[in-house]
Write a protein that binds this ligand. Structure first.
Ligand SMILES: [Zn+2]
Length: 407
């Protein structure tokens, strides 16, 4: 082997670099990495391979869903199924789920709760067999109390010794994030979202242990008290953030401002496939107030990302993220900020700063091409015509065929 790999020049009428619109222009890719962005109108380097998407297309970093469950099958019985299915059957389904996400332009997913570390097995399986799939950032089974929310996934741990051991095991296995069910949840019978599962002392211990092992932390927090405790404990991301109380939903502008000033990532679980059934009653009754708080978090300048909970129910298949983006814009966020949230900000939330979520030299070339202009009309994110993973074209719905130009 001699020489360096050939440069791929991806051209489009618009580029979104993870922060703002640039272009028309060209993304240069070599060896799976972005080597340059050219908006000068100069011709591509000699001997490049050219993928020209034309003027009507936007090229941008691949989308990032910060909260999915590849092991949940998005059926009405998702929770029951994950409890009974054997590992091999579950793995096959997880592979399909990851492919489904990829085809919607989702090139990174953060799996915040699998059963028995199957997302790590999936990650190895995909890599060994060169199967195109999103980059998977994995938590393994979420830490939960005995019989607590999502205990079916096998992550029960209580008390300092068990919690320490649980974090240690996740680090040894190769997880990148520790997920904690700080409060109860709406989809586990007997669990109440407005109740805390862990107190502040336990949450502090989990954050300390995780940071000792170089792992990031994500806290599932519906309960108002759990939001306060997880924020105080220093979790990297807060999931759902619905402000549940026994009576309904709290409206606490001071806490919203505290969250926003803390720099903690706020992972909003909004959006679902239209006409896909109702959310659980506890959520449905509170939906308008949950949305109002989410809008307040957005306008207060919180570091918003999207975590769809894909897999949880029929409204949340593994390709649901584009709908969540529309929901975010519905809350009042301008399209460019919403696209920033699911690219550059989301990459940071996943511990992939500089690697994902931006069109920038040195970043991995996970890119999507969208027909239309999602910066003007966010619904264009449903029209993904091509997906690149590490510089490889893995989904191609173009009408034109690629051209090759020699010098
Ligand atoms: Zn979840």
């Amino acid at each position: 082997m001699t020489g360096s790999p050939r440069t791929l020049a991806i051209r489009a009428g618009r580029l979104f670099d993870g922060e703002r619109a640039v272009g028309p222009g060209m993304v240069l890719v070599q060896g799976g990495l972005i080597t340059g962005i050219d908006t000068s109108g100069a011709p591509p380097p000699a001997d490049s391979l050219i993928h020209d998407f034309g003027d009507g297309v936007t090229v941008m970093p691949g989308l990032i869903d910060c909260h999915v469950h590849l092991s949940l099958d998005a059926s009405p019985q998702a929770m029951a199924n994950v409890a009974i299915e054997d590992d091999d059957a579950l793995l096959r389904r997880m592979e399909l789920a990851s492919t489904r996400a990829l085809h919607a332009g989702i090139t990174t997913v953060r799996d915040l709760g699998d059963r028995r570390f199957l997302s790590l097995r999936l990650r190895d399986h995909l890599a060994q067999n060169s199967i195109a799939a999103p980059r998977i950032v994995a938590a393994g089974p979420p830490l939960t109390t005995r019989g607590g929310h999502l205990a079916v996934m096998g992550g029960e741990a209580e008390g300092a010794d068990e919690l320490k051991a649980a974090v240690h095991m996740r680090a040894m296995r190769g997880c990148e994030v520790v997920k904690v069910m700080a409060s109860g949840g709406a989809t586990t019978s007997g669990s109440r979202p407005h109740d805390a599962q862990y107190g502040q002392k336990d949450l502090h211990l989990i954050v300390d242990q995780a940071s000792e092992h170089g792992l990031s932390t994500a806290a599932h927090v519906h309960a108002l008290t759990s939001i306060v405790d997880a924020l105080e404990a220093g979790f990297d991301s807060l999931e759902h953030v619905t402000f549940f109380t026994a009576e309904g939903v709290a409206s606490d502008q001071r806490l919203i401002e505290q969250i926003s000033q803390s720099g903690t990532f706020v992972s909003l679980t909004i959006g679902s496939v239209p006409n896909s059934g109702k959310p659980p009653p506890a959520i449905a009754q509170r939906l308008e107030q949950i949305r109002a708080n989410a809008a307040r978090l957005c306008s207060a300048g919180a570091k918003i990302v999207l975590g769809t909970d894909a897999g949880l129910s029929p409204g949340k298949p593994h390709n649901v993220l584009p709908y969540a983006l529309e929901a975010l814009v519905d809350l009042g966020m301008p399209p460019d900020r919403a696209l920033h949230a699911v690219t550059a900000v989301a990459a940071d939330a996943c511990g992939l700063h500089g690697l994902k979520g931006r069109l920038a030299p040195g970043a991995e070339a996970d890119l999507i091409a969208i027909s239309g202009d999602p910066l003007k009309e966010i619904s264009a994110v449903h029209n993904v015509v091509a997906v690149y993973r590490d510089g490889h074209l893995v989904v191609d719905r173009r009408l034109k065929t690629e051209t090759s130009m020699t010098a």
